[in-house]
Design a protein around this ligand. Structure first.
Ligand code: TXA
Ligand code: MG
Length: 362
């Protein structure tokens, strides 16, 4: 089924016949140098032919993305790596065997085949083989690697549903492939293979613990571990320096163990006395709050289970968009333990809070 939507064609991928037709139209758009938004297992991507500089430039203007922020090149087959790089480090092979297809992006020295616009002028290229069948099929039918950032306007939360893509990019993208909810909910892990010890530039769908189990030594870029003091360090992943995932209302992140984290949230509410607060909270936190005396007009947006960070990752970006829709005037976010998928979740929440972080002492 096609739903015309401004100059954007939207396809709901329900049945096999519509899927084939939609993929053919979307792949033709990619080949013509146009933009196609498509589902991946992490978030929706805004794709263009990675080897066509003019097409890639359209991604930057559609998103309002700074030109020095490089894109991830998506492939459907491991054979597509070698034309994109000038050398493959030995550590690539065990990583690809363990985590591809999947939410892991690997950075390697780029070949001349990759236009400079795609890599934001860097001499390295970020490559990922997504596991989502629609992403894989689109790349195969288009017969070219597809450069794709998350399909949001720059500075907005990444889209995990086609409706998020349309809210941000209606009329700016030729085709949207609606494949339902993206599963993981946060972006891929970006791992730099050009450093002597592989370096996580962005935590994501593959955890640090998973990587360490396969390759042993893995380090976390300083910018990831501490967003407050890292502002003056040279930037290795240009995306990390831009304001990101910023809700409309000022937000504070409260970190600490339960129940202290909830007590601190309640105490902050009582001190600040906002007119219309929004609480981004776990199910356990919500249970706790329902037993407390609460200010009027307090909105709760639930984000998953406190000790299941994968459930929080899946709902986090939709929850941030929901807080904007509710037009709250101040946001209080419940922090969780930065372990496993919790590291990626906390990285996104710290950035959403713009560094405004409070520690609950227990
Ligand atoms: O899960 C994902 O990775 C999604 C889906 C669509 O695949 N894509 C995504 O792309 O999140 P984007 O553009 O929103 O984030 C890419 C990140 C940015 O932080 C960028 O700076 C970094 O990867 N990056 C890309 N190429 C790089 C390079 N050559 N060196 C260092 N960082 C790079
Ligand atoms: Mg993004």
């Amino acid at each position: 089924m096609t739903i015309p939507s401004g100059s954007t064609q939207v396809f709901r991928l329900n049945t096999d016949e519509t899927q084939d037709e939609a993929l053919r139209i979307a792949a033709a758009a990619i080949r013509r140098g146009e933009l196609v938004a498509f589902p991946t297992e992490t978030v929706y991507g805004l794709g263009a032919d990675a080897l066509n500089a003019a097409a890639v430039e359209r991604i930057f203007s559609a998103k309002g993305r700074p030109a020095d922020n490089p894109l991830i090149v998506h492939i459907a087959d491991i054979e597509q790596v070698s034309p994109l790089v000038c050398s493959i480090p030995a550590i690539f092979y065990p990583l690809a065997a363990a985590f591809w297809p999947g939410p892991l992006t690997l950075i390697m020295p780029k070949s001349a085949a990759v236009p400079d616009v795609t890599t934001g002028g860097l001499d390295t290229v970020a490559i990922r083989l997504p596991s989502h069948p629609v992403a894989q099929a689109l790349i195969r039918v288009a017969q070219t690697p597809i450069a794709a950032p998350s399909a949001n306007r720059s500075g907005r939360p990444s889209p995990t549903l086609a409706q998020h893509v349309l809210a941000d990019l209606q009329g700016r993208v030729a085709v949207v492939l609606d494949g339902g909810a993206a599963g993981v909910g946060v972006e891929s892990t970006v791992l730099d293979l050009t450093t002597s010890v592989p370096t996580i530039l962005r935590p994501g769908g593959v955890t640090w613990e998973d990587l360490a189990a396969v390759i042993g030594d893995v380090q976390l870029d300083t910018r990831v571990s501490d967003i407050n003091t890292a502002a003056d360090l040279p930037v290795r992943s240009p995306g990390m320096k831009y304001r990101h995932y910023a809700p409309l209302a000022p937000a504070v992140l409260i970190e600490g163990e339960a129940p202290f984290v909830w007590e601190k949230m309640l105490q902050s509410l009582q001190v600040d006395q906002p007119q219309h607060p929004g609480l981004l909270i776990t199910e356990e936190g919500y249970d706790w709050f329902t037993r407390q005396p609460l200010p009027e007009r307090c909105e709760f947006v639930l984000m998953g289970k406190r000790y299941r960070p994968d459930t929080i990752a899946a709902g986090l970006y939709a929850a941030l968009r929901r807080l904007d829709e509710l037009q709250v005037d101040r946001i209080y976010m419940e922090g969780i333990a930065p372990q496993g998928m919790g590291l990626a979740v906390m990285n996104r929440m710290r950035r959403a809070a713009g560094g405004l972080i409070v520690q609950a002492e227990g």
